[in-house]
Design a protein around this ligand. Structure first.
Ligand code: URP
Ligand code: ZN
Ligand code: ZN
Length: 465
């Protein structure tokens, strides 16, 4: 199958220009200026006049079917990758979970079983390590060679995913030898649990207590601590879902002293705030960790994205229904399952709030939603760019079309939207995954099982820092 996309503005992290793109099979075969398509033959032609052609989005932080707080994140690999595709994201990297007492292999096999034959777009895995011991440390090396080269550890969630500093250091030392990457959830979980119990005892049981207890200083402290541990071990470290200026300051300081430290933020920390947590139990819709911060953090985070102290935006997509899941925490904010839906809205929110609002260029937008994730997570140049030989994961994007976000029209399997009623400018018209059109003009045209496991390489983090 050959597809010709004509007359679009190709936008990559490096620049923009008008050209045609020829796709042959699953990859990009030619890029050039042939407005009438006269010299090439194709089975189908897609006119992209007045539109952008961008590399498919890559969301490196999702949790399909994550077990959390006595329930499971609701999207499956089928519904989650389908929703992602509607929003222009053609690759996700999800977190396989090693439960306590399990091997990494058991956790990874379980995640392969969830995804294989179900995903509509490509997917990779990171590994959540919640039990660091001699045997799981040894297993890390094998995973790196199998295309799962990153490991997430937590200074948060004592009794669940939490690792102490010694365990984190050991995992980092192992990674120094195998070339993988340590990803850190950096919040001081022990301190948070103390303040959360005090908040409850003082009578604050609603979700606002979640935001008050999980103080920004606890994120800053943990971020500094894990960076220092990584420096001691001599490994790169990646801070997930950075929400606060206190943490950003630590990342910037580390990068300024030459350490290979990377960080992502998420749309919820750029567009939502502590105010959203404050509306009685409705605030449960906005419970995630780290929590939403006060609005004055937004400008710092946008500044971090502009100056590359933050390299990318991922969603931390982890959806729980308001009715039947979030309400497990009625009367005790500590029992609200942590996580927000978002995989469908990332690219449009960042186009609207970033490019249209004049905060970042369209090239930087492409970089933070696609190119930087591909580079940092071992998928470049197969993904994350528009180049001959790259996978034809492409989006024809209308930068002018406006749409209103709503649970009534979104495709995520969750009964509410954090952005209900917000109108954004910019939307995906056509979404291609490895040469197949999987979304066109609001209709799903893909198929369950099309999505393939992406065996990722070790990235050269020293060169990328
Ligand atoms: O609230 C969140 N972030 N839920 C998902 C688990 C995690 O910590 O990423
Ligand atoms: Zn986390
Ligand atoms: Zn997460």
């Amino acid at each position: 199958m050959r597809t010709l996309i004509t007359n679009g503005t190709i936008v990559t992290a490096d620049g923009s220009y008008v050209a045609d793109v020829l796709i042959d099979g699953e990859t990009i075969a030619q890029i050039g200026r042939d407005p009438a398509g006269a010299s090439v033959t194709a089975d189908q032609t897609l006119d992209a006049t007045g539109k952008y052609v961008i590399p498919g989005g890559i969301d490196v932080h999702t949790h399909m079917e994550l077990p959390f707080g006595g329930t499971f994140a609701k999207d499956t690999f089928e519904t989650g990758t389908r929703a992602a595709a509607f929003g222009g994201t053609t690759t996700i990297v999800d977190f396989a979970v090693q439960g306590r007492g399990q091997s990494l292999r058991e956790g990874l096999d379980a995640w392969h079983a969830k995804a294989e034959g179900n995903a509509v777009a490509d997917y990779g895995f990171h590994m959540i390590m919640s039990d660091v011991n001699d045997s799981t440390l040894a297993e890390m090396d094998a995973l790196v060679t199998e295309g799962v080269p990153d490991f997430k550890l937590f200074t948060a969630y004592p009794g669940v995913f939490y690792s102490d500093d010694g365990a984190i250091l050991r995992a980092m030392q192992q990674t120094a030898g195998n070339g993988g990457l340590i990803m850190m959830h950096a919040e001081n979980g022990m301190a948070i649990d103390v303040v959360a119990a005090q908040t409850m005892a003082a009578g604050t049981t609603d979700p606002i207590g979640h935001g008050l207890a999980r103080k920004a200083v606890f994120e800053g402290e943990a971020t500094n601590r894990v960076i220092r541990l990584a420096e001691a071990a001599g490994v790169p470290v990646y801070i997930v879902h950075l929400s606060a200026r206190e943490a950003l300051d630590e990342v910037r300081a580390a990068r300024d002293r030459g350490s290979p430290v990377f960080a992502e933020t998420c749309p919820q920390y750029l567009f939502l705030s502590l105010d959203d947590l404050g509306n009685g139990f409705e605030g449960a819709k906005f419970v995630c960790s780290p929590p939403l911060r006060t609005k004055d953090h937004w400008d710092d985070l946008w500044g971090g994205l502009l100056k590359d102290d933050l390299q990318l935006v991922a969603t931390d997509h982890c959806p729980f229904d308001f009715h039947g899941q979030k309400d497990l925490g009625r009367g005790d904010f500590r029992k609200v399952p942590n996580g927000l839906p978002g995989v469908e809205d990332r690219i449009d929110l960042l186009h609207d709030g970033g490019v249209v609002a004049g905060r970042i260029s369209k090239e930087r937008w492409v970089e933070i939603v696609s190119t930087a994730p591909a580079k940092l997570f071992g998928m470049f140049p197969r993904k994350g760019t528009i180049a001959v030989g790259s996978d034809a994961d492409l989006v024809i994007y209308d930068p002018d079309r406006r749409r209103t976000i709503s649970a009534a029209s979104h495709h995520m399997d969750v009964d509410y939207s954090c952005y209900e009623g917000r109108t954004v400018q910019g939307a995906s018209d056509v979404v291609m995954s490895r040469g197949s059109v999987i979304v066109r003009d609001g209709e799903f045209t893909g198929r369950k099982g099309h999505g393939q496991f992406v065996r990722r390489a070790r990235a050269d983090h020293a060169r990328l820092s």
